[in-house]
Design a protein around this ligand. Structure first.
Ligand SMILES: Cc1cc2nc3c(=O)[nH]c(=O)nc-3n(C[C@H](O)[C@H](O)[C@H](O)COP(=O)(O)OP(=O)(O)OC[C@H]3O[C@@H](n4cnc5c(N)ncnc54)[C@H](O)[C@@H]3O)c2cc1C
Length: 393
């Protein structure tokens, strides 16, 4: 049984506790069948399709686009996003992924869309009928977003997009892609804009499928004269970098929350094993070196949770940009989850490195979280930049 004491911390409100119980009950009833499922890229794509449909039907995806009290969408609530991701990740990595990408892929529309853009896309995302994707990264522009090369040029009443993207989660199964391209108002990051692109637009294709160590649908995209209407731009020309970064601000703590869910699962499984496995005539959990590992894991989990819900609370309550808090939460939670899961693998011994074992799965699943939505080094740069800027004021 995962620790629930954090639910009474002052960062959270009764609605968050209710959400936790609702998502946990749904996940407990719906996700056990994923154990031992086909993990290949194609298998994962099928699972994500089914999960998005099931979560849409269960009403869980409305949270990914800010819906509550029966509304299909509304203002994003960072704490609700974190609660959902932490619970789902604890049950099954692909469930967390499915939920997270519905939020991230449509996040620029939730945060910056016009009423028409929101009404057109967000209900479908909430119902699980429209799978969404966030297309920022390119082969030569991962950590360095300002190096983005994909172009968008005015073409009569439309925009014409040419170029390539890579590492795009949900490539091939998404219907809705939010795509960032260079429109050239200024050099570097200030010359980017964001567009809504539908998968069946002529000139758009998935050029490559990528096979990950913990598979989820992901690949490269090609844009060959893709035309979108002027109404499909998000914000104004030149707003793209600001839209991407503000979206990541909201979703970075949720990456930390997913890492927290993985770490909680690792601790639960390690405790269960350590209490029952006999070594040298006593339970493994009676050995002091095991206890030290369990203590370190529990400490890291609580500290990560504090940073995550601090960041999310700050966003929800003050409405301010939370780059510093968001980066701290993602950095600490993902790095510490990696260590906690490694300890769990160690506690399980040979079982922990056996393919398909929960500890082995978590060990593969956590790794990418230290790289995507800004690698740990990028988070350190953001934190240090804020610390230095604050020291000048
Ligand atoms: C599983 C997965 C899913 C993804 N999903 C998406 C998606 O849906 N949409 C999307 O747009 N992108 C996505 N990405 C791309 C992801 O955001 C990039 O992989 C990430 O930004 C890093 O870019 P890169 O891989 O090109 O590595 P690079 O930019 O080449 O960086 C390599 C390494 O350099 C180090 N580094 C970075 N900055 C610094 C620094 N300042 N100082 C020192 N070292 C540094 C880091 O360790 C980094 O890992 C995904 C990636 C993965 C792995």
């Amino acid at each position: 049984m995962a620790d629930r004491t954090f639910l009474s911390w002052p960062f959270l409100e009764p609605q968050h506790r209710d959400l936790y119980d609702r998502v946990d009950a749904w996940a407990g009833a719906s996700l056990a069948a994923l154990d031992g499922a086909d993990e290949s890229g194609a298998g994962a794509a099928g699972i994500v399709r089914r999960l998005v449909a099931a979560m849409g039907q269960a009403g869980l995806l409305a949270t990914a686009v800010g819906g509550r009290d029966g509304a299909l969408h509304g203002p994003l609530d960072a704490r609700s996003l974190c609660i959902c991701r932490e619970v789902l990740a604890r049950h099954a990595g692909l469930a967390d992924f499915s939920f997270a990408m519905q939020g991230l892929g449509s996040g620029p529309i939730s945060l910056f869309g016009t009423d028409e853009q929101k009404a057109r896309w967000l209900p479908g995302v909430a119902q699980g009928n429209v799978i969404s994707a966030f297309a920022l990264s390119e082969a030569e522009a991962g950590s360095d977003v300002s190096a983005l090369a994909m172009r968008a040029k005015p073409d009569g009443a439309q925009w014409r997009l040419d170029g390539a993207k890579t590492w795009i989660s949900n490539a091939g199964i998404a219907k809705l892609y939010v795509v960032f391209a260079r429109t050239g108002e200024d050099p570097g990051a200030k010359g980017l804009s964001a567009f809504i692109v539908e998968a069946d637009t002529p000139g758009f294709s998935v050029s490559k499928v990528i096979d990950l160590i913990a598979p989820h649908p992901i690949g490269a995209l090609a844009f060959d004269g893709v035309k979108v209407s002027r109404a499909d731009m998000l914000g104004a020309p030149g707003d793209g970098f600001r839209i991407a970064m503000a979206t990541l601000d909201v979703f970075r703590p949720t990456v930390g929350a997913a890492a927290l869910g993985f770490a909680r699962r690792a601790l639960d499984e390690a405790v269960r094993h350590a209490r029952t496995r006999k070594l040298f005539g006593q339970p493994l959990s009676d050995l002091q070196l095991t206890r030290a590992k369990l203590a370190d894991m529990a400490l890291a989990i609580d500290a990560a949770a504090l940073l995550i819900y601090r960041a999310a609370w700050t966003k929800d309550v003050t409405g301010a940009r939370i780059s510093r808090e968001s980066s701290m939460a993602k950095l600490f939670a993902t790095e510490e989850a990696q260590k906690a899961i490694d300890s769990a693998v160690q506690i399980f011994g040979g079982l922990g490195v056996t393919r398909g074992h929960i500890a082995e799965r978590l060990y593969r699943e956590i790794r990418a979280l230290r790289i995507y939505e800004g690698a740990s080094e990028v988070q350190k740069m953001i934190i240090a930049t804020r610390v230095l800027a604050d020291a000048q004021t």
